[in-house]
Design a protein around this ligand. Structure first.
Ligand code: CDP
Length: 572
């Protein structure tokens, strides 16, 4: 296997810290060795489908080339664990939480096993009976979902994912659960549920009640009885207020997610993985992988032939990952092999737009998002059909929505997901997922107190080519955080090099919605607000994401979490 990876110093540090094999604390693997280990391991799945050693070797070469060129990277657990003892390759899991002590503590144990292997877990707590409800066996009173979530949180804290990465959880509570008000506000205290992202599970019924300004019912999940009713707008405003204050909770549109559930006969989707991009059935897991869009721009245009090859090879890779993965529970293995969900997505979208000379916050930007994702979606389905001809459809195909849609065969119940790509985008050295670039110039602290000025490589290139590069200007930009309105910089450059905070929240949602339109699963995206944004601004974005058919939304108001820490100190 030939070819060397073009990695930045930053990427090397990340790899050395968490991905490369170590012995006695010393790194014993090069990045090339890592990609070789992964390529050889993932190509081994081909044996099961009748390929001979020579063919497998050829496929391994192709997988290696795919990764070493940084055109595609699988999610972190695959890079870390493929070809090693753990062999746990998926990033996303959802586990069921029933309304019993056995189920709750069994799930805590299973979540701990998953965290140890680098996977993230999502749960719906909606089945747990509310606080102060009856406990029949003991005659006592129930603790309610939030107090149990605190136990999950403590367990996650203790595991710390076997030293590879911090445990991450998603906690979902339906908006009609009697404890919903406490759930909405619980993370306003910074110290609560630190290993959780929270999302309110929103129903269509609730959204209708918000629109018509009506009351809706809270239902006890234990006996399905109505406990009381609340004014929908007041609850909605509380979610907005809380998200405005602390960035949490987010919202997920549960009914909308279930409208797109590819296997409704196997059950209802109640939760997503930690970052929200992967709705899954209980006991289901999914492995993700992302195409680096910065790599598919050739001479100022998207090279669709190249992109097509990447999509087809990536789908094959991700389908192989399903077979090579070892799952921590028998139930998970069965679900994963039955539905064979994969999540192919993208990273480097903002860098791709810059290379095309198109602003992120523009109609043209939205159009490119749609075109790219429509193409990836279509090709990924074609790749999955082809694989099905070779290997057979996913076993639950006949129980899925696909035969009615005219599919004769399909290998995977889903093919596309847009992940945050938090670490793999650092390895590839591009903007994460579909997010805009965060900063053009910034100071990074190295060796504890030495500061290094980092300049976005595409910006540095343009600044030098156009003759406005200087250390002083870059320092100034790092301080200011944006180039908008800087007279030293040509206006056309200002338009293209927009950062997260230069972009209005509406454009963030437009881009999210453009990708969602052609994505089977969901899209990970944070809508950034400036510090002085109002609650009304946040509310508008929630409504817009509902209107534009997003599956959920997460907001973050600049400085809101820091300001909380400050105000807490002030209060002391
Ligand atoms: O870039 P990388 O493959 O490391 O991950 P990502 O795209 O940022 O996150 C994808 C998924 O990995 C998340 O939604 C979680 O399910 C999981 N994850 C996790 O379990 N723990 C983390 N610290 C980060 C991500």
């Amino acid at each position: 296997m030939k070819g060397k990876a073009q990695l930045s110093a930053n990427a090397l540090t990340v790899l050395e810290r968490r991905y490369l094999k170590k012995e006695g604390g010393k790194v014993i693997e090069t990045p090339e060795d890592m990609f070789k280990r992964v390529a050889l391991n993932i190509s081994e799945a081909e044996k099961k489908y009748g390929k001979n050693d020579e063919e497998i070797r050829e496929i391994a070469e192709k997988f290696y080339e795919l990764m070493i060129s940084l055109a595609f990277l699988p999610n972190s657990p695959t890079l870390m664990n493929a070809g090693r003892e753990l062999q746990q390759l998926a990033a996303c899991f959802v586990l069921p939480v029933e309304d019993s002590m056995e189920s709750i503590f069994e799930t805590i144990k299973n979540a701990a096993l998953i965290h140890k292997s680098g996977g993230g877990t999502g749960f719906s707590f909606s089945r747990i009976r509310p606080q102060k409800d009856r406990v029949l066996t003991t005659g006592g009173v129930a603790s309610g979902p939030i107090s149990f979530m605190k136990v999950f949180n403590a367990a996650t804290e203790a595991v710390k994912q076997g030293g590879t990465r911090r445990g991450a959880n998603m906690g979902i509570l339906r908006v009609d659960h009697p404890d919903i008000l406490e759930f909405i506000t619980v993370k306003q205290n910074n110290e609560e549920l630190t290993n959780f992202n929270l999302s309110v599970g929103i129903t269509e019924k609730f959204m209708e009640a918000v629109e018509k300004d009506e009351h809706y019912d809270l239902i006890n999940p234990r006996n399905k009885e109505k406990v009381k009713s609340l004014r929908a707008r007041e609850v909605f405003d509380l979610i907005v207020d809380s998200a405005w204050k602390s960035g949490e909770p987010g919202i997920v549109f549960l009914d909308r997610i279930n409208e797109k559930n590819p296997t409704p006969l196997l059950g209802e989707i109640e939760s997503t993985n930690p970052c929200g991009e992967q709705p899954l059935l209980p006991y289901e897991a999914c492995n993700l992988g992302s195409i680096n869009l910065a790599k598919v721009v050739r001479d100022g245009e998207i090279d669709y032939n190249y992109l097509k090859d990447i999509v087809h090879l990536s789908v094959r890779f991700l389908d192989n990952v399903i077979d090579m993965g070892v799952y921590p529970l028998k139930e998970i293995t069965e679900m994963v092999h039955g539905n064979r969900k994969i999540g192919l997505g993208v990273m480097g979208f903002a860098d791709c737009l810059i290379k095309l000379g198109i602003p992120y916050n523009s109609e043209k930007g939205v159009k490119v998002a749609e075109q790219l994702m429509e193409f990836i979606q279509k090709e990924s389905k074609m790749a999955s059909e082809k694989l099905a001809e070779e290997r057979g459809s996913f076993p639950n195909f006949h129980l899925s929505i696909y035969p009615d849609m005219g599919y004769k065969a399909l290998r995977n119940a889903t093919t596309t997901t847009i992940a945050p790509t938090g670490t793999i985008s650092m390895i590839a050295g591009v903007s994460s997922g579909i997010e805009p670039i965060f900063a053009l110039c910034y100071k990074r602290t190295i060796l504890d107190n030495e500061e290094l000025l980092e300049v976005h490589p595409l910006f540095e290139e343009v600044a030098k080519a156009r003759g406005f590069y200087s250390e002083e200007l870059m320092e100034k930009i790092a301080q200011k955080g944006s180039i908008q309105g800087l007279k030293e910089i040509p206006v056309d450059v200002q338009k293209i090099f927009v950062t997260a905070h230069d972009i209005s929240p509406q454009w963030h949602v437009e881009i999210q919605s453009a990708f969602q339109k052609y994505t089977d699963n969901a899209v990970s995206k944070t809508v950034n607000f400036p510090y002085d944004a109002t609650r009304e601004d946040v509310k508008e974005v929630f409504m817009l994401s509902y209107k534009l058919k997003c599956k959920g939304v997460t907001v973050y108001r600049d400085g809101s979490r820091d300001s909380q820490v400050l105000s807490k100190v002030d209060n002391k």
